[in-house]
Design a protein around this ligand. Structure first.
Ligand code: PLP
Length: 383
């Protein structure tokens, strides 16, 4: 088979050029009109009262915890399957990340595992909708209400996804989304937080730009990001339809094999397939090598991410000057005398990284590429 030229994401065009040109001509490059307009449009799209544009989502996660008054020695429930920021943000407030296992259907946090770890030290739960597949958000919201612990949604992969018709990012006390170059709304670097709570809004507003008595930051969004965000948001639904059609078509094409299955949304959900996830149901003898073979053919497929509790941030060889809150003598919580890398998290250990494969199907990827991917997966991985 001949190599394929897989479509690149993102592809900026005349609309983005016009947006950037508009900012240049305004002679105002730092947060003003464009950022405000984007915030208003994004809040309305998600169905929240307030949105605040930031430099990136990592800043959003940090400020969310600060706004909820999470501090030294407090505990925050986090998932081991995500990008590092979803757990390292807890260390930014000198609090202690408590990793709970994921569950098999959504690959998001397992509600039962969360409930077992809740104590009077737990000050927040951070749930992530990985690759645009909604987590078990309704059950987690119920827990958050039952125990009165605020929920933060990391919706960085989930722009436009929904559960029972309600948008991902509208369930938590706060939601955070990345607008990084690779994300579905792609502005280079950017992030946005949403909330319905005027106090949280006010606090994040002040923390974002040197405005609070408490240590505040310069975490502002640029006008370029605000202008590009508006273009990305206007195209989002159309782009998500393409991603979703690609995922469903791939599932149809691979239906004959029980060795690899394509994960698609559950009944009450609309997923947005930031990547399509495939599940490997048998032992591929030389999986890494085979995947390299597929990549050489032009198919952007790879194993998913390593579990976060193994990451050096939580297992430092040299004690960081900032400190290690779970090792402090006056900390007596869940992580007392425990080592992150020794935590027993069987589901994430079973699935990550090698049982789940990511395939990128962003627009303008279409039928030709999906057919090529299905055929080469059958030839190279399932042979
Ligand atoms: C799930 C998730 N959360 C947070 C982030 C951090 O986003 P940013 O790069 O905008 O800080 C990422 C980045 O990839 C992510 O994938």
């Amino acid at each position: 088979m001949k190599k394929i030229e897989w479509s690149k994401w993102p592809q900026y065009g005349p609309e983005e050029e016009a947006a950037v040109g508009r900012v240049i001509r305004s002679n105002q490059l730092f947060a003003e009109r464009e950022v405000k307009a984007f915030e208003k449009q994004y809040a309305s799209y998600i169905g929240r009262k307030y949105a605040l544009g930031l430099g990136n989502a990592t800043q959003g996660l940090h400020l969310s915890l600060a706004a909820l008054n999470v501090g030294v020695g407090d505990e925050v429930i986090v998932t081991p399957y995500s990008w590092i920021s979803s757990a390292s943000c807890v260390l930014m407030q000198n609090a202690v990340p408590i990793f709970c296992d994921i569950e098999k259907e959504s690959l998001g946090l397992c509600p039962k595992a969360i409930e077992k770890k809740l104590t009077d030290r737990t000050k927040a739960i951070i749930v992530v909708h990985m690759f645009g597949y909604p987590a078990r958000i309704k059950e987690i919201v119920a827990l958050s209400k039952k125990y009165n612990i605020p929920l933060i949604e990391d919706a960085s992969h989930g722009h436009g996804a929904s559960v029972d018709g309600e948008k991902i990012g509208s369930f938590g006390a706060i939601s955070v989304s990345s607008l990084h170059q690779r994300k579905s709304i792609s502005v280079g670097d950017g992030g946005i937080v949403c909330t319905n709570d005027p106090d949280i809004y006010e606090k994040i507003y002040k923390l974002r730009s040197f405005g609070h008595e408490e240590l505040s930051y310069n975490y502002r969004m640029t006008e370029f990001a605000g202008a590009l965000g508006q273009v990305g948001l206007a195209k989002l639904d159309e782009h998500n339809t393409i991603r979703r059609n690609n995922a469903i078509y791939l599932k149809e094409l691979l239906i004959e094999t029980d060795k690899i299955s394509v994960r698609i949304e559950r009944k009450n959900e609309t997923a947005v397939y930031h990547a399509v996830l495939l599940e490997v149901n048998y032992k591929i003898v030389k999986q890494k090598k085979q995947l390299k073979g597929l990549q050489k053919m032009g198919v952007p497929i790879r194993e998913t991410w390593d579990p976060l509790h193994m990451h050096p941030h939580f297992n430092p060889v040299v004690k960081p000057s900032r400190g290690t809150p779970w090792l402090e003598h006056n900390y007596h919580g869940e992580m007392k005398n425990k080592t992150y890398s020794n935590l027993f998290l069987p589901v994430v250990s079973q699935y990550c990284p090698s049982k789940i494969l990511e395939l990128y199907v962003h627009p303008p990827t279409g039928e030709k590429e999906i057919e090529f991917a299905a055929k080469s997966i059958m030839d190279i991985l399932v042979s």
